[in-house]
Design a protein around this ligand. Structure first.
Ligand SMILES: NC(=O)C1=CN([C@@H]2O[C@H](COP(=O)(O)OP(=O)(O)OC[C@H]3O[C@@H](n4cnc5c(N)ncnc54)[C@H](O)[C@@H]3O)[C@@H](O)[C@H]2O)C=CC1
Ligand SMILES: O=C(CO)COP(=O)(O)O
Length: 340
């Protein structure tokens, strides 16, 4: 059977993986050569972003300077992008997934499989859900997850790194590996969707901590301490809510490696550092510094705080709780080391 891949999302990471997927589907007979990519339409320099991508083969707003393969076709219509796909790649900021799933419900082929590259969780009145569970529950399809130490610009420049795919069904994991794996983007597949996904979501909160430490000029030892405590709280939270999360997963690219790279070079780190040096709010800095790209760490800190405070567990997660308070309750940044 020929598989047809559709990409839902075309931001910084979405565009970087479009380059890999476009090339990889051409290498195998079991994939259709065309990859449709849904673009949240906007005007850039007076032109539709989709038209720019389809003529210049470059996403000049979210991944400038990187050539995309010509078999990646930008499409502003979500349903048309996905209606004939058998493999859906979800790669949008996590706050947009609910509305996307609502629009896709009942409009995709029954034999579809999905993978989420999204780092975040979905909080509701009853607690929280993984993004893969949200996709599975709302669309009635199986979903894998991909997460790793993968700063998009470096991947797009083909600098070597690793990534982790978490699967429930091994055949799905192997199929998705085919569209992502390259010599410079090495994929390892593991049977632990929950562990891989929670690592990706929670490390963004720790990255805010890393940026605060940089803004405070506290040095490398302090940064290492934040990373260690962050990893400890990530594992504790994951196991508290999902007992079968595997310890080994924290040693994969999605675990310790992503924590290190994101605390060194990610957007959450950069904006948190600027929060200390300028005193401006995270929302304002996101607007001023990221040119339309989105922060995931602040809202995930808020999501986690909501979960913990409802269960009276904040005292068991002092780092995550303090980071939330610095982001949302005007706590002075220095409390990152005083309160943990
Ligand atoms: N950028 C990176 O280095 C990496 C990002 N990720 C994760 O991938 C996910 C997607 O991130 P990026 O591709 O970097 O996105 P991004 O941060 O570049 O976000 C901007 C994207 O959101 C779209 N958008 C804006 N408003 C929207 C709306 N109302 N509905 C739908 N889309 C809208 C924009 O059109 C644009 O495509 C996130 O969860 C992120 O944590 C994971 C690994 C690396
Ligand atoms: O997830 C990432 C790298 O793996 C990117 O992190 P930021 O969103 O902080 O840039």
């Amino acid at each position: 059977m020929t598989e047809k891949v559709a990409l839902i999302g075309s931001g910084n990471w979405g565009s970087a993986v479009a380059k890999i997927i476009g090339r990889n589907v051409s290498k195998f007979d079991h994939f259709d050569n065309e990859v449709k990519m849904w673009v949240f339409e906007e005007k850039v320099n007076g032109q539709n972003l989709t038209d720019i991508i389809n003529t210049k083969h470059e996403n000049i707003k979210y991944l400038p300077g990187i050539q995309l393969p010509e078999n990646v076709v930008a499409c502003p219509d979500l349903i048309k992008t996905c209606e004939d796909a058998t493999m859906l790649v979800f790669v949008v900021p996590h706050q947009f997934v609910t509305s996307i799933c609502k629009q896709l419900k009942g409009r995709i082929p029954a034999n579809c499989k999905a993978i989420s590259l999204i780092k975040g969780i979905d909080v509701n009145d009853d607690g929280f859900r993984l993004i893969t569970d949200m996709i599975q529950d709302s669309l009635g399809i199986r979903s894998c997850v991909l997460s790793g130490a993968n700063i998009a610009n470096e991947v797009a420049e083909e600098k070597f790194c690793e990534t982790t795919i978490g699967y429930r069904n091994r055949a799905d994991g192997e199929l998705f590996r085919d569209i992502f794996h390259t010599p410079f983007f090495r994929v390892n597949i593991v049977e632990d969707v929950v562990g891989v996904e929670l690592c990706g979501a929670l490390k963004n909160i720790v990255a805010i901590g890393g940026g605060l430490v940089d803004g405070l000029k506290l040095g490398d030892n302090t940064k290492a301490a934040i990373i260690r405590i962050g990893l400890y709280e990530m594992r504790k939270f994951s196991k508290m809510f999902y007992a079968d999360v595997k310890d080994e997963t924290f040693f994969e690219s999605c675990g310790v490696a992503d924590l290190i790279t994101t605390c060194a070079g990610g957007r959450n780190r950069k904006v948190a550092e600027a929060h200390v040096t300028t005193g401006k709010s995270f929302d304002q800095l996101e607007q001023e510094m990221l040119n339309g790209q989105k922060l995931q760490g602040t809202s995930t800190a808020q999501d986690m705080y909501n979960i913990l405070s409802k269960k009276d567990l904040c005292h068991e997660f002092p780092l995550m709780t303090t980071i939330y308070r610095i982001c949302y309750e005007n706590l002075p940044p220095i409390r990152i080391v005083e309160d943990i």
